[in-house]
Unconditional design. Structure first.
Length: 95
């Protein structure tokens, strides 16, 4: 009988240890998930900043007339796209 109690106690101890590990893993997972979300947001912010800086470079080059042909074409495409978007907005507002 005593052997059975010892066996049950060992199983109980192992279960307690597993539960403790499980809770720790849940905390770690939550922390990692939060870190991932933060890093993804930082990545988006950095990407937006890069795009803004690239636009500023294009504008500065256009202002100083130092654009290459490829840059000029790209800049014109961007401006045309902006104009199309503005026209769409004006159309929606006038309806």
């Amino acid at each position: 009988m005593e052997e059975l109690e010892q066996h049950i106690n060992r199983i109980n101890q192992k279960l307690q240890h597993l539960l403790k590990n499980y809770k720790q893993l849940q905390k770690d997972n939550e922390r990692q998930t939060n870190l991932l979300q933060t890093l993804q947001q930082d990545k988006l912010t950095a990407k937006e900043q890069v795009q803004n800086l690239q636009q500023q470079v294009y504008i500065l080059k256009a202002a100083t007339n130092t654009l290459s042909e490829a840059d000029k074409n790209n800049f014109e495409k961007n401006i045309k796209q902006y104009i199309k978007e503005i026209d769409k907005c004006i159309t929606f507002l006038s309806e």
